[in-house]
Design a binder for this molecule. Structure first.
Ligand code: RP5
Length: 312
């Protein structure tokens, strides 16, 4: 049996809280490996295993952690397979600490985040990603989710749902092209049947304050992984992200991170495209070089001159 899914937790105390993820994977017959790997207590072991995931043919990692929940993000920084983050519920802050630690990733390193404690959604998303290479699994998954109608086999195509002329949409399209995803197209929110016929491997759905339920509405009608990309022009209310993630399964990006939505979609495509994975690797290296260049010039110039440069 192939093992396309890794499930990692920051502590074994997380295991009972994400039991539904294991149950879904077992029910669908998806092979998985479960590990306890702490970003803080065993950072080297955690990173070393993350670096092996691509080579060991894993398609997706589910990473669950609570509180100062750095496991999903640190895992994502060490691999090019998609990482789904589960924010584990905490007693004092009810998992809001976990959610914000996981979802608001910087540009270049996305984590597809589910709602607080939504382990079942994480299991379903992982199965949806794994099913793209496995028609029998896909059929079981569609049956379990009550999805009817025929779907085209997945190809190298990403669907975007939202206005074509929008800046976020253009940025995402540009980045998809940059990392070698051959084809992408924009659809209306109601056009899920057309998206299924297109053979899309991922769907990016933009969500604003008045359309927060849109990604979940699309996800309810398809087994193609839905990436929820929230956009906001100012401060948002504290229930903004929880409302976005109330229903699913959707993999949420941080607020105003359209390029991360494109990268997460490309990582899904990269599971079956060596060319896309090579581009993603080069993209990640460019980001690292940029930070290294800045660090070197800070050391060379000293803080005052560097700050003056930043203010110009
Ligand atoms: C996090 O700290 C873990 O993911 C867990 O949710 C939380 C508490 O861990 P334990 O103190 O129970 O080991 O790193």
């Amino acid at each position: 049996m192939s093992v396309p899914v890794e499930v990692r937790v920051g502590s074994d105390s997380d295991l009972p809280k994400i039991e539904r993820a294991f149950a879904v994977l077992e029910e669908l017959g998806v092979g998985f490996e479960a590990r306890v790997l702490s970003a803080h207590r065993t950072p080297q072991r955690m990173a070393a295993r993350a670096r092996q995931l691509e080579g060991a043919a894993f398609r997706v990692s589910i990473a669950a952690a609570g509180g100062s929940a750095h496991l999903p993000g640190m895992t994502a920084s060490e691999t090019l397979i998609p990482v789904i983050g589960i924010p584990v519920e905490t007693s004092q802050l009810k998992g809001m600490d976990s959610l914000l630690s996981i979802v608001q990733m910087p540009e270049g390193v996305p984590v597809g985040t589910v709602g607080i404690g939504q382990a079942e959604h994480a299991g379903l998303l992982a199965a949806q990603i794994a099913a793209q290479d496995d028609p029998l699994l896909r059929a079981r998954l569609r049956m379990r989710r009550g999805l009817t109608g025929s779907v085209a086999p997945a190809r190298e195509f990403v669907a975007l749902v939202g206005p074509k002329e929008d800046k976020a949409c253009r940025e995402a399209m540009d980045l998809l092209a940059e990392v070698g995803v051959k084809d992408a197209g924009v659809f209306e929110p109601g056009a899920v049947a057309d998206i299924e016929k297109s053979g899309a491997r991922a769907i990016i759905v933009w969500a604003e304050a008045d359309t927060l339920s849109r990604p979940a509405e699309v996800a309810a009608r398809t087994d193609i992984p839905v990436i929820a990309a929230p956009l906001a022009s100012g401060a948002v209310p504290s229930d903004f992200l929880p409302r976005l993630l109330e229903k699913g399964p959707v993999a949420a990006m941080g607020i105003n991170r359209p390029r991360n939505a494109a990268l997460f979609a490309a990582m899904i495509v990269g599971n079956t495209s060596a060319a896309v994975r090579d581009h993603l690797c080069a993209h990640r290296e460019r980001l690292a070089e940029e930070v290294e260049r800045k660090d070197a010039s800070l050391i060379a110039q000293g803080i005052r001159s560097y700050l003056d440069g930043l203010k110009k």
